[in-house]
Design a protein around this ligand. Sequence first.
Ligand code: PMP
Length: 361
Amino acid sequence: MIDAGRFFVPGPTEVRPEVLDAMRRPMIFHRTHAMEELMQRVTQGLGTVFGTRRPVHVITGSGTAAMDLAVRSGTILNVLSVVHGEFGERFARIAEACGRRVTRLTAPPGDVVPLDRIRDALAAADFDAVTATHSETATGVLADIAGISAIVREHPGCLLLVDAVSSAGAMPVTADAWGAAAVVAASQKAMALPPGLAFAAVSEPFLARARNVLDRGTYLDVLRFEEFAAKHQSPTTPAISLLYALDRQLADFQVEGLEARFARHAAMAEVCAAWVSRAEQAALGLSMAAREGSRSPSVTCILTRTKPGVVLTRMREQGYELGGGQAELAGTSFRVGHMGDHTVAGLEALLEVLERVLRAR
Ligand code: PMP
């Protein structure tokens, strides 16, 4: 049994009892004023988290559903995918599965694709969209979305689709200021909610593109979300209980203050990186996967000489759950998800136990 406050998987992350309790409220009919009030409130709160004045669509599904929506409605044929790891690759594969021609710009694990490479690729061929992951949960790498966006905007007709699945709620996500066409996320990461909701903030140029795309599908048709958002409703029966949790969580975001929330995440990432660097000096065989200057505030990927499976099992015996490594780093790393409602104190307690576990090797 994993103890409360010790669930440090990089998604799903720990959900506070108060938020879980909010889901115990009775059902309401989703075509009534009560639902419209709820939707209006959460849309407003999400607007602040996503940095947009436009409605943020709430989809019943996991983050991949919102990525699917972004690709289906926001791309035509030629897609440039910036890949910093497993989830950047997922965006590329979704585009391929939708029949798009994908060109990948891939960085070695822990690195970022230099902006110049993106600039050169966009200058060399016509792309109708670029996909990029803000916080690459697989490697703990943070991309410079503002920088990428500035380059994409030099190419009218090219839309930027951003995966903010593990960044929304942990750091500034500024859809409007970036000029991103779509910014998507999910409930179970830094929003600290149970899995089951995906979010999509889309721009006017994205909608103009969508109107000319024929294979938008039904469930994820962004134009249907737009139509119902105008009435503060959702096209299909929403996950009402999860909306109660979201409503509660967004109210708590206001109590903490978004800036304070972001500062807490930045502090947790710094504490974790400083600890890894001390552990490295103490010859515990650890090092950071992501390079300094491009590290995510919500997740740290730690390269380890001890087998990651052994670290995870020993930590589980201590009541802690961490994340394993992914893709090329599967056998050489593990991940700490310091996101959502975790605290610096809680993380420090985890790192103390981790150090003991590693020393007992
Ligand atoms: N993108 C990123 C950056 C993620 O971390 C994840 C989930 N780990 C996804 C996309 C996919 O989200 P989901 O599992 O909610 O579909």
